[in-house]
Write a protein that binds this ligand. Structure first.
Ligand SMILES: *Cc1c(COP(=O)(O)O)cnc(C)c1O
Length: 283
């Protein structure tokens, strides 16, 4: 198994994480998770564009281009013979004696590796349960930052309640999930939070919105109020690894009849078609 550290392919024991890496000490960096289907990274260009944007928003300048990185990631997938799985990428601001302000000379540290994993087909079929909890994260949730404490604490609260995801509530409205974007269906309309600084602009979210447009579903970009959750017909979450996953229960109350909704099923099917379409195209 190979790891890409800066621009070198190394083995696990050769990966070096420094005690004074700012990613380690401050969570000072950004990351991406990319799905690989049938050896092909799904929407790679969109993920790399977002990585470069996240880095630039926290004033990290990468020394390589998206084109160079694309080539290296294809090499990594081939070297590791990854068929189905995830690509994890992260960039930290670099290594320097501990001090909050940016170091003058630190060079960003980049790491990428592959994780084999199958699609969560049973979960996608059955749907999951969720809880709601306060969104205690910072005000730049549009940056895919390594600082994940707000998300980690929320997810653990969900797990402690026997659920899979925590739906985050800020100022009495739903923002997103701890690591997913949230959609609701009410009276035939698709409702999701607008892509502003309070949510991560999910690539899966964008794909689903594109497909909803093609299906001519009305889309409402609004934050659903917490008290409205009990009155929706359907709910689902989206992310690179969870794709389009039905949410069948929130805070112990069933959504609709407590089974995945029909529009959710339609959008799931459209998403699987998109996977098939791109995974059939050769590299
Ligand atoms: C990564 C992430 C998502 C999902 O984004 P995708 O690009 O669809 O994987 C949603 N919310 C948060 C907080 C995330 O970190």
């Amino acid at each position: 198994m190979y790891y890409l550290q800066n621009n070198e392919f190394v083995e696990r024991h050769q990966v070096h994480v420094d005690l004074e890496d700012r990613g380690y000490q401050f969570g000072d960096g950004v990351y991406e998770v990319i799905r690989v289907y049938d050896q092909k990274p799904f929407y790679l260009a969109e993920h790399l564009t977002r990585l470069f944007r996240s880095a630039s928003e926290i004033r990290i300048n990468l020394s390589f281009s998206i084109e160079e990185l694309t080539k290296r990631l294809h090499t990594l997938i081939n070297k590791n013979n990854l068929i189905h799985g995830n690509l994890y990428l992260q960039v930290s601001r670099g290594i320097a004696p501990r001090n909050h302000a940016f170091p003058k000379e630190a060079k960003p540290v980049f790491i990428a590796y592959t994780i084999p994993s199958d699609r969560p087909i049973d979960t996608l079929e059955q749907g999951v349960k969720a809880i709601t909890t306060q969104d205690i994260r910072w005000l730049r949730c549009d940056i895919k930052s390594l600082n994940l404490l707000g998300a980690v604490l929320a997810k653990q609260e969900a797990v402690d309640a026997g659920c899979s995801e925590a739906i985050l509530i800020r100022d009495q409205v739903v923002t997103e999930g701890s690591s997913t974007n949230i959609f609701f269906v009410k009276e035939g309309k698709l409702i999701t939070h607008p892509a502003n600084q309070l949510i991560l602009h999910g690539i899966t979210r964008e794909i689903v919105l594109e497909q909803a447009k093609k299906l001519q579903l009305p889309i409402v970009f609004e934050a659903l109020s917490h008290s409205e959750i009990g009155h929706v017909d359907e709910c689902f979450m989206t992310s690179t690894t969870m794709e389009v996953c039905p949410i069948i229960q929130i805070d112990e109350k069933p959504i609709g009849d407590g089974t995945p909704g029909s529009l959710t099923r339609q959008l799931q099917a459209a998403y699987i078609e998109e996977i098939a379409r791109l995974a059939l195209v050769s590299n």
